[in-house]
Write a protein that binds this ligand. Structure first.
Ligand code: CMC
Length: 428
């Protein structure tokens, strides 16, 4: 029997359908609310609003569950690799051997970017933040591959743009780093796999042969998998909202990259390291920083702590913490800020402020320490997040297009002036 929610407003009772997802999570469908009642809902920050139906990622914040297309994140991080996960997210199922070979081959042959794009790189100052460069360059792909995402484009053309973006993003990301160093770029070497090729373009010097360290390649695969999708967060919802106007894929993803950049979202990984460095420079004690984070007037937050949906633990953070110890050990890296991070975590987790608000380390808390050990510079951390999140954004964009979702257009509660008459300048 269908379930309904009953809403009584202005003396009238309305029935709103209740819908249920495949994991039994329930929602009140308010699609007809305004037509039925004349009212809209108010939900700042969308804390209770399901913006779409999606079959890509399932997340249970209370139980700390995260699954891509049904597969637990723990299994994927341990047993899969990034391109396989990208295929899974975008196409819905794990690939067969011929499918992954074809997918990998297609990506491999599209890694070059148009030489004219180098001129755009040249226009940026060397100290430009690589996230700004990345979003600009991804958006500039619209000039080279302008297919719109509406009925004027065939599925084949849209799929080709998906391949192009997956293939070119590591090249653009690595080149944005090279640009920030004032160094010449390394062209992709397609004998390497996806992650190794990125590391080559980042780190190879002209004077020596470069062989990516397999420990570093494995670690990068794991980190990218852990970041690959996270259902309707700030950047993903941005991709869907911008994409809903039927702009080109590259424009929608570029918007997502900008949304990710902020310190409350993907930009937190850079801020965590800067915070840990500040604690170290201050003598290593964590008390002062914890007290600052608790003081609402300080404007300081404990970066890498807290999450909108995870209220017990972030399963990605659990995996990353273990991986962090293992990877640093394998690479023989002794980073003093790891100790500081562990002390800070222990201090916060035993403090009533953090306990009461259910604030736990999130994915960004330990990821920066791993990136540092891999040799990735701090201002590239959020770029690494973007590289990882790319297949998730693409999958969400594709799903939205295929479902023919209407253009995103929220309502508001207007709180400004009532109508008033224009007053000429001389009378003001
Ligand atoms: N340090 C200190 N206090 C905090 C923190 C923090 N990191 N996070 C939340 N709080 C407090 C907040 O002040 C509020 O307190 P009160 O109830 O007394 O007003 C309470 O906890 C609830 O916080 P909120 O801001 O209402 O929670 P939110 O769901 O809107 O924000 C968040 C979630 C992730 C933006 C927030 O926890 C935060 O700013 N964390 C630090 C930034 C960070 O690490 N971001 C990365 C998120 S994970 C990667 C990703 O997917 O983006």
């Amino acid at each position: 029997m269908s379930e309904f929610a009953t809403l009584t407003v202005a003396g009238k009772t309305h029935q709103l359908p209740v819908i249920e997802g495949s994991e039994q999570e329930k929602a009140i469908d308010i699609s007809d609310l305004r037509d039925q009642t004349g009212y809209v809902t108010l939900d700042r920050g969308y804390k209770n609003t399901g913006a779409t139906k999606s079959a890509i990622t399932f997340l249970d914040g209370e139980k700390g569950i995260l699954r891509y297309r049904g597969y637990p994140i723990e299994q994927l991080a341990e047993q899969s690799n990034f391109l396989e996960v990208a295929y899974l997210l975008i196409h819905g199922n794990l690939p067969t051997q011929p499918e992954i070979e074809d997918f990998t081959r297609q990506i491999t042959v599209h890694t070059l970017v148009n030489e004219d794009m180098k001129k755009i790189f040249d226009g940026f100052p060397v100290n430009a933040h690589p996230m700004g460069v990345l979003s600009s360059l991804v958006c500039s792909l619209t000039a080279f591959y302008p297919e719109p995402a509406d009925t004027r484009s065939s599925v084949d053309k849209l799929n080709l743009n998906i391949i192009r973006l997956l293939a070119k993003m590591p090249t653009i990301a690595a080149w944005s780093y090279k640009n920030s160093q004032g160094h010449p770029v390394n062209y992709p070497k397609n004998k390497f796999d996806y992650c190794a090729n990125f590391l080559y373009m980042m780190f190879a010097l002209p004077v020596e042969d470069y062989t990516p360290d397999p420990v570093v390649v494995d670690a990068m695969n794991k980190l990218l998998i852990l970041h690959a999708d996270h259902e309707q967060n700030c950047s993903t919802s941005t991709v869907r909202l911008v994409g809903s106007s039927k702009v080109n894929l590259f424009s929608a993803i570029s918007a997502g990259i900008n949304a990710l950049w902020g310190p409350l979202h993907g930009g937190a990984n850079q801020e965590v390291i800067e915070m840990l460095e500040a604690i170290r420079a201050d003598g290593g004690g964590t008390r002062k920083f914890i007290d600052q984070a608790k003081d609402k007037t300080s404007g300081v937050r404990l970066m890498g702590f807290g999450h909108r949906v995870y209220k017990n633990f972030d399963p990605r953070a659990k995996i990353i913490k273990v991986a962090c110890d293992q990877i640093l050990k394998k690479l023989g890296v002794d980073d003093p800020i790891l100790e500081i991070a562990k002390n800070l975590e222990a201090a916060a987790l035993s403090d009533s402020y953090f306990i009461e608000r259910k604030l736990y380390p999130n994915v960004d808390f330990y990821s920066g320490i791993i990136y540092r050990a891999l040799g990735i510079p701090t201002d590239m951390f959020t770029v690494m997040f973007a590289l990882g999140r790319l297949p998730g954004w693409i999958a969400q964009w594709k799903e939205m297009n295929e479902a023919k979702e209407p253009i995103g257009r929220p309502r508001q509660i207007y709180t400004g002036e009532r109508e008033r008459n224009y007053v000429a300048m001389t009378n003001r």
